[in-house]
Design a protein around this ligand. Structure first.
Ligand SMILES: NC(=O)c1ccc[n+]([C@@H]2O[C@H](COP(=O)([O-])OP(=O)(O)OC[C@H]3O[C@@H](n4cnc5c(N)ncnc54)[C@H](OP(=O)(O)O)[C@@H]3O)[C@@H](O)[C@H]2O)c1
Length: 186
């Protein structure tokens, strides 16, 4: 969900690793472009479509939309993410008049604790939030090609969900580092 600066290269790394990736976006053309770039890098297939289709399709759903867009995603998908493993790479940064601004997370929570609260009944794992997109792609490709692997921390309160996400981190070319629960997350 979200085929922008982060979602597109992340999906591409996963497609190259052989995962069945379905891109979606508020802008269908952006999802189609990300799917086409991933398919050509992977020398295979990647699909693009509506957010609802992505939510139905994904065993693991990556919410690569802006931090402040999570409530809109919840409203749009109307319960479709319930019980799903959701990857949260979002950093509390908003946009005001075209400029990026840091957003204070309410309630003394960490960012993913707050997003868990917004999303409700999902099995949230926080990861892929610590690298810029170009870095993510370069380091991921290097790791996938057998070079040195960069560390990728992950956090969550659901152990089974964390176990399901670790192979995705590793297949994307990184060494998965368990950072603990959502209360400890960066
Ligand atoms: N870029 C980075 O350096 C970086 C690094 C680490 C983590 N992150 C995190 O990754 C997330 C995505 O960042 P980004 O830089 O990739 O942002 P981006 O380039 O703006 O991409 C986000 C995409 O999500 C789409 N979108 C917005 N609301 C949506 C919805 N309800 N359903 C489906 N698609 C929706 C946007 O479409 P519209 O533009 O049409 O709204 C846009 O194409 C953010 O939470 C950010 O904090 C980013």
């Amino acid at each position: 969900m979200g085929s922008g600066r982060l979602g597109s290269p992340l999906g591409r790394l996963l497609a190259v690793a052989g995962h069945d990736v379905f891109f979606s976006d508020a802008d269908p053309a952006r999802a189609a472009a990300a799917a086409s770039a991933a398919a050509s890098a992977a020398d295979g297939q990647a699909r693009g479509g509506e957010p609802g289709q992505a939510a139905r399709f994904g065993e693991v759903v990556v919410l690569a939309v802006g931090w402040e867009e999570f409530p809109a995603v919840v409203a749009e998908l109307d319960g479709m993410l319930a019980g799903k493993i959701v990857v949260d790479p979002s950093n509390p940064i908003g946009e005001r008049d075209g400029a990026a601004v840091v957003v204070a997370v309410p309630g003394g929570l960490t960012s993913p604790q707050y997003q868990q609260h917004v999303l409700g009944d999902v099995r949230l794992v926080r990861t892929f939030n610590t690298k810029y997109p170009n870095e993510l792609l370069e380091l991921g490709i290097a790791g996938q090609r057998g070079g040195a692997r960069a560390d990728m921390p992950y956090w969550g309160d659901d152990d089974e969900a964390k176990k399901a996400v670790v192979p995705l981190i590793e297949d994307a070319g990184f060494t998965a580092i368990d950072g603990g629960g959502l209360s400890e997350a960066l």
